[in-house]
Design a protein around this ligand. Structure first.
Ligand code: SF4
Length: 111
């Protein structure tokens, strides 16, 4: 099923997720926009918000854990202060002025 999301709809989606979870969105506007574009592109290609920094495993069922916000976002934000893509950050991390660093991908058991 192909979707038809606009950038604006994806922005609203990320804002809703951040508000619901008590997270912050990446304050680097250009970086944030790149991730939003990736999410939008994935939705319009696959029909769901596949993580913008991960590849499809071939089906919605296989990709389910990697639908944004992925199942690893909560432990990653708790441990590192941000999710794998650094779309979502803890509010404490942002308030401390820290910059996201590359982190291991829990998807394939790197952690
Ligand atoms: S790593 Fe971040 S952007 Fe990617 S699916 Fe998880 S929560 Fe969404």
């Amino acid at each position: 099923m192909m979707g038809n999301k606009t950038i604006e709809q994806t922005i609203i989606f990320t804002q809703m997720v951040a508000n619901k979870q008590g997270w912050a969105l990446n304050p680097d506007k250009a970086f944030y926009e790149t991730l939003v574009e990736g999410l939008t592109k994935n939705y319009n290609r696959y029909g769901y918000f596949l993580c913008p920094c991960r590849d499809t495993e071939g089906s919605r069922e296989a990709d389910k854990p990697a639908l944004c916000p992925c199942i690893w976002s909560r432990p990653d934000i708790a441990e590192y202060g941000h999710c794998y893509c650094a779309l979502y950050l803890s509010r404490e991390f942002v308030a401390a002025g820290k910059a996201p660093q590359p982190i291991p991908d829990r998807r394939f058991g790197e952690v």
